[in-house]
Design a protein around this ligand. Sequence first.
Ligand code: GTP
Ligand code: IMP
Ligand code: MG
Length: 339
Amino acid sequence: MTCSILVGGAWGDEGKGKCITYLCDNDKPDIIARAGVGPNAGHSVEFNGEKYGLRLTPSGFVHTDAKLMIGAGVLVNPDVLFNEFENLKKYNVKERMCVDPRCAIINEDHMSRDKSSEHLAKKIGSTGSGCGPANSDRVLRTIELAKDVPELEEYITDVSLACNEAIDNGEDVFIEGSQGFALSLYYGSYPFVTSKDTTASTFAADVGVGPTKVDEVIDVFKAYISRVGEGPFPTEMTQEEAESKGLEEYGVVTGRRRRIGYFDMELAKESCRINGATQIALTCVDKLFDCARVQNYDDLSAETKAFIEDIQTETGVPVTIISTGPDLKDTIDLRKELL
Ligand code: GTP
Ligand code: IMP
Ligand code: MG
């Protein structure tokens, strides 16, 4: 029995989509449960030569024997979810999806308030997905819940009960966080943050699993850092520098150009500490060093190994997964050696 939580180490877009897909395809958990804020997330998955951009469906959907769940803490936009059912038809996502009755529902009003708010859209640079206004209504206790939406009736399942029963029966549960540590309402660069805490403890609460049941916390970092939206970014580089290094990126949800910076060790240390990380997954190492598609640690250059070992030493957390490309095969998995 293993209950794992995967979290974003920085400002989101660390490559969680690829890591989750690799881990679920490899480890075949019985339940894959989505935690985090809601459809403000955009996870990229490349599987069997096809690309998917996901906002609510767990990125582990490629493991077709798993039940897919959305925990009570996550905001649901039914239109986004139904659209993903359509796009992911061949993976039977609709048939496997369970939505907790206590999920709060995003409506048109939340989206238009998000997009038309000078504060949210301009100052903070929100995604416009309605998450901020929806979480605000949730706190005011005026929001509609999934149990009261007729179109969701067939998916309604007590996700917390299902996850805890699975853990008690010796099954594996994989909890997918979204966003990233530095976007946390509590620990991020307030006010330039999202509308909820985004650390491992909250992700456990999102699906209704208590802290004593969690075995592994996998903190995902990119070999460099990206940030969309406004707010401080201590290791930011200029656009020209990012372009010259081939590190240009655009957002999955909003299409906005991402700001790019160097790996931030102080942020990594804090992220590992507050998340209680037991493992680090490091992605896009091939974009910083010449190691595209390398699958063996020994084949990495001395410079690349030094970069990885420095992260390990400074954070005190083993770097168990090293991603060297978008495909699942482009992964160095050191879990057998290091854990
Ligand atoms: P999360 O929001 O953290 O889930 O990240 P994401 O999956 O949304 O990442 P993003 O939208 O930034 O997409 C990253 C892109 O890089 C996707 O097209 C991935 O397939 C790809 N990718 C992921 N890992 C690697 C890697 O190790 N190397 C390279 N070259 N590309 C990667
Ligand atoms: P909101 O979550 O839409 O309110 O946006 C608040 C801030 O969080 C903005 O800077 C967004 O760009 C950022 N943000 C929210 N979700 C994500 C994500 O999944 N990846 C990257 N940035 C995000
Ligand atoms: Mg993303």
